[in-house]
Design a protein around this ligand. Structure first.
Ligand SMILES: [Zn+2]
Length: 93
């Protein structure tokens, strides 16, 4: 089941819970029966310690207080691990 937010012009935002594979339709307001439109919101991140959360917090913090580098960052390594010898047998253009 997924939760979707809809907005009614008179009553405000309300939530509809339906299967994620259900056909998309614009529901009517449960209070007044008027037309409702979909409201899009950022996804809810449930784990406050996830890598995504840390990356998002770092990106947001860097917008206000950019990190100061005291030296140039190391160049990226070409191969983090030895190349696979089977790749040499692959056809070349
Ligand atoms: Zn309404």
């Amino acid at each position: 089941m997924a939760r979707y937010d809809y907005a009614c012009g008179r009553c405000g935002v309300f939530e509809v819970v339906r299967p994620i594979d259900a056909p998309v339709h614009e529901p009517t307001c449960a209070t007044c029966g008027g037309a409702a439109t979909r409201v899009y919101a950022p996804p809810v991140i449930t784990s406050p310690h996830s890598a995504l959360r840390r990356a998002r917090d770092a990106a947001e913090a860097s917008a206000h207080e950019p990190a100061v580098l005291h030296r140039m960052p190391a160049p990226p390594r070409r191969h983090a691990h030895p190349p696979n010898p089977l790749h040499a047998r692959l056809p070349r253009p």
